[in-house]
Design a binder for this molecule. Structure first.
Ligand code: CTP
Ligand code: CA
Length: 227
């Protein structure tokens, strides 16, 4: 073939991406959330689609927008909903990139009515959410599975232990050490660690450029994997 489509390295591939925060309901009007903007996950979705992939983008509450005929956006709110959506699509994909900032805990009970203000202190009991990434690591077959890690100390060691513990093919470590990397910013500084625990550090870049690096590495490494 010598048409333009043959230049697209992800043509015929399906990619699942999670993005954004999750919101865990406390009562009908309140939730526990985090500052994730969804920018990184959406940038990865756009890059994968631009390279020809069919993308399933599972997003928590985010103001990000994406218009691309190769991207199917699935909106969810809570960690439980994101877990169900990820499992619904995982079997059919070739690559899964879990960039969402999933809540680690949710309220043990959701109050059916708005909790009234009291004079005394209020304690909300929390219970762990399911780890979506680890659960996919347990069942993965052909899928190239990529996680993210945000660490504030012992970054590399903690990220490496996540690669092993969650049975990943690679992890993207977000460096908080440099200003300009992280949640609400437009830039990121990453290190990619593969399943053999090889490290590759990248410069501080725009999230669009970081997305290109991530997809590039995945294409290289998933090619080496299937022989
Ligand atoms: N993750 C997930 N489901 C969860 C929690 C995390 O899928 N319930 C995924 C994130 O999307 C990310 C990776 O796991 O790809 C690592 O998230 P992170 O918060 O760094 O790791 P945790 O295992 O939650 O450990 P900790 O927060 O204690 O560092
Ligand atoms: Ca966490």
């Amino acid at each position: 073939e010598n048409n333009i489509l043959s230049k697209l390295p992800l043509r015929g591939k399906k990619v699942l991406i999670t993005a954004g925060p999750t919101y865990e309901a406390i009562d009908p009007v309140r939730f526990i959330g985090n500052h994730s903007s969804g920018k990184m996950g959406f940038a990865i979705a756009k890059e994968a689609a631009n390279l020809g992939a069919e993308v399933i983008l599972i997003s928590g509450p985010s103001h990000q927008q994406i218009k691309h005929s190769f991207v199917k956006r699935v909106d969810v709110v809570s960690a439980d909903e994101m877990y169900d959506a990820a499992h619904q699509y995982f079997n059919e994909v070739d690559i899964a990139i879990l960039a969402a900032a999933v809540a680690d805990y949710k309220p043990k009970k959701v109050a059916h009515q708005k909790i009234k203000k009291q004079d005394s202190s209020l304690t909300i009991a929390l219970t762990p959410t399911k780890d979506i990434l680890a659960s996919l690591g347990l069942i993965k077959k052909q899928q190239f599975l990529v996680g993210f890690a945000l660490e504030t100390n012992n970054e590399i060691e903690n990220a490496k232990s996540k690669v092993i513990r969650k049975n990943l093919d690679a992890i993207v470590l977000n460096s908080l050490q440099d200003k300009g990397a992280g949640f609400a910013t437009n830039t990121n500084k990453i290190t990619i660690i593969d399943k053999n625990l090889n490290e590759k550090a990248f410069e501080l870049k725009s999230k669009a450029a970081v997305a290109k690096d991530i997809i590039n590495e995945i294409i290289l490494r998933s090619k080496n994997q299937d022989t």
